[in-house]
Design a protein around this ligand. Structure first.
Ligand SMILES: [Zn+2]
Length: 434
């Protein structure tokens, strides 16, 4: 077989294999059909597809606040939206985020390219596809995804209407951070009153009691605002900080907040361990503009060593391959038996880096320690483009190793199944009957 024939053969196997999608932020499907526009869903037309993450490239390419406001304004016409975005589109069109969009509109809507003559078709196709049954259609039929893990951005644990399709993470970020807003949200979600530190710990216990057996994993995204260097803090110190916090003296200072969170994070990890739940940690690149403290991001890999050592019985999923420090994550996964890495989101941040990463991973780390797909989207349609890029990347990585005769042709089908579904099925708890 020639190089091209090998690639085509592997691409066909990958295309036929069903993915387990280990990371999305999908809102409940019914929420897509309510007319209100808000922070998560600013509009309900094709511009919504730009929200994650293409908008960040547009921002980086100079799109200003007023252009952005108009672009997501439900009252602005499709043609005017195109005119607003096209100067920036011209600059970003070759990035992974933009390719995701181009592939999505082609595969899902039959729109050949993002061009002025296709805008009416794009506008009407968006509405045609956006109908009840959207998630089944996009995930199962178009993307060949059996189930996806959802980290709700609206609830600590989302009791979904589609539990077998949208398996849910239990978010421990709010439970660890414990700000006054978090306390208020927990009070309203659980219908409890929080007056003391014991009440807060009891609330954490209650989340695990109620949802620990339904959750697919716990998720912590605190790396957006802090280092992953969780100290071991005495209970009385944490309790003191908590008491200061709720005594309407909201400024306990960053040190006080960190001590409280350190204590609570460890408390949540012990609960996760008790329930046998893997712990997903955001590591690496941040979905922000003009604000990422790269030094702290770089230290994520160093900081998680202590967690991996402290909790040998917890399986940690290091998300987004810690990009752009992915080499360190190869070393972590090779060294620590409880370290797993997830390519979620990373395929579209830097598709070429991910192909190299997967090739290097396969020749250096046991193959069961990698999860190969998560779109990381609020808007389901975007999963189409992202999953195509991921499938392409997986095929390219493996075929490079087959060409070099590092991997035998005969081992390919089993390896593809392992990477795309078996690893997730082995690592995460099975869905329980409702
Ligand atoms: Zn995410």
């Amino acid at each position: 077989m020639s190089r091209t024939e090998t690639l085509t053969w592997i691409q066909d196997i990958v295309a036929e294999t069903v993915f387990v999608d280990t990371h999305e932020h999908l809102v409940e499907e019914s929420r897509r059909f309510s007319s209100r526009s808000d922070r998560l869903l600013p509009c309900d037309d094709w511009a919504l597809l730009f929200r994650d993450y293409l908008q960040q490239d547009l921002d980086c390419a100079g799109m200003g606040a007023e252009d952005k406001r108009q672009f997501y304004d439900p009252e602005v016409s499709p043609l005017d939206k195109f005119k607003i975005v096209s100067p920036y589109w011209e600059r970003v069109q070759h990035t992974g985020y933009a390719k995701t969009f181009s592939i999505t509109i082609r595969e899902l809507y039959g729109v050949k390219s993002f061009a002025i003559e296709n805008i009416e078709q794009l506008a009407s196709q968006y509405q045609d596809v956006r109908k009840p049954g959207l998630y089944e259609r996009v995930l199962k039929e178009v993307c060949r995804i059996s189930e996806c893990h959802v980290n709700s951005l609206e609830r600590i644990f989302m009791e979904t209407a589609q539990p077998s399709l949208l398996r849910q993470d239990l978010s421990i970020m709010e439970l660890s951070r414990c700000s006054l807003t978090d306390i208020k949200n927990v009070e309203s979600e659980l219908g409890v009153q929080i007056g003391s530190f014991d009440d807060w710990l009891a609330a954490i216990d209650l989340y695990f009691e109620k949802f620990g057996n339904k959750a697919v994993a716990v998720k912590y995204v605190g790396a957006y605002y802090r280092a992953l260097n969780f100290g071991h803090v005495d209970r009385h110190v944490a309790e003191q900080q908590f008491t200061t916090l709720i005594a309407a003296r909201p400024f306990i200072g960053s040190e006080g907040a960190q001590a409280l969170e350190d204590y609570l994070f460890h408390y949540c990890l012990r609960k996760a361990q008790e329930y046998g739940l893997p712990v997903k940690l955001h590591t690496g690149y941040l979905a922000t503009n003009d604000s990422m403290p790269l030094g702290r991001v770089r230290d994520n890999a160093v900081d998680v060593c202590l967690l991996l050592q402290t909790y040998p019985n917890i399986r940690f999923v290091l998300m987004h391959i810690g990009y752009p420090y992915q080499d360190e994550y190869l070393a972590l996964c090779k060294q620590y038996s409880n370290a797993y890495v997830d390519l979620c989101w990373a395929w579209i941040i830097n598709p070429d880096a991910c192909v190299r990463f997967l090739t290097e991973f396969l020749v250096s780390v046991p193959a069961h320690k990698i999860l190969t797909f998560g779109g990381d989207f609020i808007v389901a349609e975007n999963i189409v483009g992202h999953s195509v890029i991921a499938r392409r990347g997986i095929a390219e990585s493996i075929s490079a190793l087959v060409d070099r005769r590092w991997i035998d042709r005969g081992a390919v089908p089993e390896l593809v199944t392992r990477l795309m579904q078996l690893n997730a099925n082995e690592l995460f708890p099975k869905a329980r009957a409702a």
